[in-house]
Design a protein around this ligand. Structure first.
Ligand code: CTP
Length: 378
């Protein structure tokens, strides 16, 4: 696998050298970008000699399209260490050197391993930048509490090379698993017309589906994204937009897949549609609702694995998730507790037929990554 390592200017840069050496020994193909700050701590020669890596620095930015070529070449782009300044620049959309330009040109999420002093780590501006980067789909590895280069103890210490290596190994396994698999992801809320100007829908944002599609694309799957209603567009090789539950059902019946992620919030009922615009000529109006088909229950089960989603009260989450998994005859269910609605962090419980596989928490991006990785490693 082709790994691009970006190094920014921190004393923790020496760890990137150890990491590069281990990756080289593990058979990874390496390229390295050193920022101007990084050159104060490590040299191109050390990466060339210890890790057989081709090394790039700022002057290379003006030799052709180096930043675009490097971004296209890499299968995983790891910035280690990522300083306060680097994270701030990327979060603000700045691209004023080779490293930040390559990050800007990179088509899939970049993995950042932050390293800094505790006060800088706890600075609300840094935390806001990290949130923005996560929101944009990037991966921010955790920092540890421990001895810092200044002699202090506290939060901000970068992960050890072997911990980053383990993380990369998981990513590699996930890529091996998903590569070339045809994966359908449905997301957002279906929209059922009352008349030509009014609808019944729900508040599903579709963010989880977009995050799943982004990660699956990153891992090399052939993603078919099916957005319901006005849910945002997800990165995918094929893209469909549908409105009603019945349209979604018809589309899915015609599709082949290795995996189906059914994150769509499907309306269980639809009104009797009236063409035109209903007039307010009565003092009270009763909408007659018809049951929609339960799509998951009625899809053939011999095409591929199916992952259902369910929003449940925390007290009954396990029993309801397991009941739905069995009744709908699906392979996995991801259940979210209702009390996380509207919160920054989400929680998810992944079940298979045997029971709870994994409990996850974090942003939707982080949870989506963990779900996709867990399914690959199962
Ligand atoms: N689902 C479906 N067809 C429907 C309703 C839901 O395929 N008509 C799918 C959803 O996309 C989701 C899973 O079933 O993956 C669970 O959805 P949920 O709304 O939690 O379950 P329901 O069966 O609708 O049960 P209830 O609303 O009564 O809790």
């Amino acid at each position: 696998m082709k790994v691009l390592i970006g190094v920014s200017g921190s004393i923790a840069a020496y760890k990137s050298l150890i990491l590069a050496r281990e990756l080289f020994k593990g058979g990874y193909s390496l390229r390295v970008i050193l920022s101007r700050g990084a050159l104060n701590f490590v040299t191109p020669l050390s990466f060339q000699e210890l890790a057989g890596a081709k090394v790039f620095t700022d002057p290379d930015l003006f030799k052709g399209n180096t930043h675009v070529d490097l971004a296209r070449w890499s299968e995983i782009f790891l910035v280690v260490p990522a300083t306060y300044n680097l994270l701030g620049k990327v979060a603000s959309g700045l691209a004023d050197d080779l490293l930040t330009s390559t990050i800007a040109a990179h088509p899939s999420p970049v993995v950042f391993a932050p390293a800094m002093h505790t006060e800088m780590w706890e600075n609300p501006i840094l935390q806001r930048n990290i949130d923005a980067l996560k929101e944009a789909g990037h991966v921010i590895l955790p920092v540890k509490e421990g001895d810092l280069a200044s002699g202090d103890r506290g939060k901000g210490r970068m992960l050890e090379p072997e911990e980053i290596l383990r993380y990369l190994e998981d990513l590699r396994k996930a890529k091996d698993f998903w590569k070339g698999k045809r994966v359908v992801v449905t997301y957002g809320g279906t929209v059922e017309p009352i008349d030509d100007v009014r609808v019944i829908t729900n508040l599903s944002s579709g963010k989880m589906g977009v995050a799943l599609a982004t990660w699956l694309s990153f891992f090399g799957a052939h993603v078919v994204a099916v957005a319901c209603g006005s849910a945002p567009k997800a990165p995918a090789r094929e893209f469909y937009r549908i409105k009603t539950a019945r349209e979604l059902f018809d589309l899915l019946k015609s599709m082949e897949y290795d995996y189906l992620f059914m994150a769509a919030a499907v309306s269980d009922y639809r009104p009797n549609y009236k063409p035109g615009k209903l007039k307010k000529d009565v003092s009270s109006l009763i909408l007659n609702l018809q049951r929609n088909p339960d799509i998951l229950s009625n899809l053939p089960k011999d095409r591929g694995k199916i992952v259902g989603f369910a929003l449940e009260e925390r007290e009954n989450l396990r029993s309801e998730a397991v009941r739905k998994l069995k009744e709908k005859d699906v392979d996995f269910i991801v259940a979210n507790p209702t009390d996380v609605i509207g919160k920054d962090r989400t929680e998810a419980f992944l079940f298979d037929r045997k029971g709870l596989l994994k409990q996850l928490s974090g942003t939707k991006w982080e949870v989506a990554a963990e779900i996709v990785k867990k399914l690959a490693l199962e």
